[in-house]
Design a protein around this ligand. Sequence first.
Ligand code: GLY
Length: 414
Amino acid sequence: MKITKTILFGVLIIAVAGFQKDTMNQFDIDANLDYCAVQAEKTLAAMPDTLAIPRNIAPGSKQWRMVGYDDWTSGFWPGVLWYLYEYTGDVKWKKEADKYTRFLTPLSMRTATDHDLGFQMYCSFGNGYRLTHNKEYKDIFVRTSDTLARLYNPKVGTILSWPGMRTKMNWPHNTIIDNMINLEMLFEASKNGGRKILYNMAVKHAEVTMENQFRPDHSVYHVVVYDTLTGKKIKAVTHQGYADESMWARGQAWAIYGYTMVYRETKDPKFLDFAHKVTKVYLERLPKDLIPYWDFDVPNIKREPRDASAAALVASGLIELSTYTSDKKLAKTYLSKAEGMLKELSTSRYKSNNKNSAFLLHSTGHYPNKSEIDYSIIYADYYYIEALLRLKKLKSEKDLFVPLHNAEQTAMKR
Ligand code: GLY
């Protein structure tokens, strides 16, 4: 009898300890979103008098390096502000988001200099339109989509990513994997009064990229160079990765996020199938803590810097992908991996806390160019807060793309 009681007591202790451990491991999404708001307040307080966009912070520094509206990263800061408005419903964030969004307006009035228009105008005006239904925002991203579409080459079937590289690198028509993200603006424009051909171009771009930009294991090449006359592929190379044949972490992350988004917009199962394939190779090759080194094939990898931006954008993409997956076990795996990534990013190893006013440390921009190595970078912050919001919505069984709550109404109550 005494032995049975002792065993029962032991089992109880183990069960309570297990429960406490689980509770302690619970990921507090709101606490991390609140943290983002505190950090962004600090950034706003340190803004210069003339309008500029925070892009990055060097290790050890507290100061953002500011850029103009034409920098490729200019949409992420207004995007962060829109997400904070979505989270809090506080009109002060809306005012700031609107101010920095409008700062980018000139980009809608000039010729496209590269594919980045989608990053710039959709993270800003697109999010603004999603949350406010302000027609002015919509008109601007629809107009910009027509501008971006001028870079589309029908012979190849993709958008020219970097016009400047035609002569600089002798890459007549070049398409980089990052370009997948800019298709979102074309899809949204065609749904919101823009031309139907924008949708067709986006679909064709995704198909041609799927055929030409991947190795048999579904790891991605950063750049594919095409012949403008025949439309045929000339070669596949890297620009920001370690080597032509290596798997550059953010490149694979753009592919995961990009094909998931293309499935959302088209509902074509071939894109969903492809999103699973590009995800599989990434997840299989990740280190245990789920944050990739900047390139998966760099020698002496454990001594190399990480790329928190890739982790944040994969977390966001995986949360979305988990909602399209009928295989319950796989959906659960995606979600728990995404949560694991966000948990790790939310530790003091990756959070900036008092080191600077960004959300995250340890992103790598362009290693071969020796730029932004182990920095805080604004797009890591953008995808981190986006992923947190997506997770919050998913946990409360809400649609990922419908505003968290009616931010307009909440704002009016204040
Ligand atoms: N789109 C540029 C980059 O990912 O660095």
